[in-house]
Design a protein around this ligand. Sequence first.
Ligand SMILES: *[C@@H]1O[C@H](CO)[C@@H](O)[C@H](O)[C@H]1NC(C)=O
Ligand SMILES: *[C@@H]1O[C@H](CO)[C@@H](O)[C@H](O)[C@H]1NC(C)=O
Ligand SMILES: *[C@@H]1O[C@H](CO)[C@@H](O)[C@H](O)[C@H]1NC(C)=O
Ligand SMILES: *[C@@H]1O[C@H](CO)[C@@H](O)[C@H](O)[C@H]1NC(C)=O
Length: 336
Amino acid sequence: METLTKIPLTVVLIFLVILVGNSKICPLQVVESCNVNDKEALLEFKRVIQFDVWQYPGAWAPDTDCCTTWEGISCDPVTGRVVEIRMSGFPDDYYGVDTFFAMGGTLSPFLGNLTYLRVLDLRFGLFNGPIPPDLSGPVPNSLGKLSQLEYIYLDHNELSGAIPTCIGKLSALQMLYLHHNRLTGPIPFSIGRLVDLQMIDLGHNQLTGVLPSSIGNLTQIKSIILENNMITGNLPQSIGYLNELRDVLFSNNKFIGPIPPSFGNLSLLKRLLLSKNMLSGDIPSNVLNLKNLEVFNVSTNQLTGKIPPHKSSFPASAFSQNLGLCDAPLPPCNWL
Ligand SMILES: *[C@@H]1O[C@H](CO)[C@@H](O)[C@H](O)[C@H]1NC(C)=O
Ligand SMILES: *[C@@H]1O[C@H](CO)[C@@H](O)[C@H](O)[C@H]1NC(C)=O
Ligand SMILES: *[C@@H]1O[C@H](CO)[C@@H](O)[C@H](O)[C@H]1NC(C)=O
Ligand SMILES: *[C@@H]1O[C@H](CO)[C@@H](O)[C@H](O)[C@H]1NC(C)=O
């Protein structure tokens, strides 16, 4: 009797071991698609969101699938990992998003656990309510772990503190929008490692320090927007190596020294805005005569000398308020 009861028990145990082992190799279809680490990170993100006007993260239920039922979240259909957080506060006709979000709070460091994330879109500036809620506090260092991240849209918030140095680890980054925040400190030298970057907008912050020469490594970059900060030092001549550049918008900073003649290499450049700085020296002729240059402004600097002859009809206001610029469209030089 004893052996008879023991044998079926052993068989049942072996059967169970095989069953458990198999389910690891070939998981059952009922497994939910949201990865548990991703879900934990998103719930931590939600935990530090204080205002959430339409209850989007607010409605994320822990017992539901984050990939299929959570507003603003997209997963990769193959891996089931979270690849997008899109909760832009911008209306759809402007940026093509179909939901109008608004929220305030801070950015959880747990966002750095979403290792498959490609898009982080949390900009809330155009909310029309009585007190626009915004994200505040620092940009977490842990974002430097997101090696797949291609798009960071965190503009129009109240983020403060420095741009983390580890941003240089985001080797897939193409768009970096941090404009209209309260960021301070310098632009990290490590920015030069983001060799796929197409567009960087850090305008309307309180950034200081110099613009690192490593910017000259960003060979894919089309726009560098730094307007309305307190960035000082020389304009790096290495910018002149960036063949894809269309926009250099540096108005209202504290740049000093000359306009580098190397800028005359930027054959696709359309907009060069340098007004309200402390630039000195003369205007290089090859820069003013760039074939595709449509918008140019060097007013309110300390530039001197004869404005080189040029074909474009830039108005006098593009050259006004300098130390000693002369000739068309300004009055002729009388020291000849
Ligand atoms: C998730 O992020 C938090 C905050 O950065 C960190 O303390 C924790 O170790 C991370 N967990 C994993 C599994 O990486
Ligand atoms: C920029 O590129 C040069 C040469 O390709 C390299 O030596 C340098 O380390 C790069 N700078 C940064 C900040 O990555
Ligand atoms: C850029 O311009 C400078 C000065 O005009 C010139 O010496 C240099 O060879 C140019 N570099 C490239 C890569 O075109
Ligand atoms: C150039 O910039 C100055 C100062 O911001 C502004 O007053 C002027 O209208 C601008 N001119 C052009 C042509 O953009």
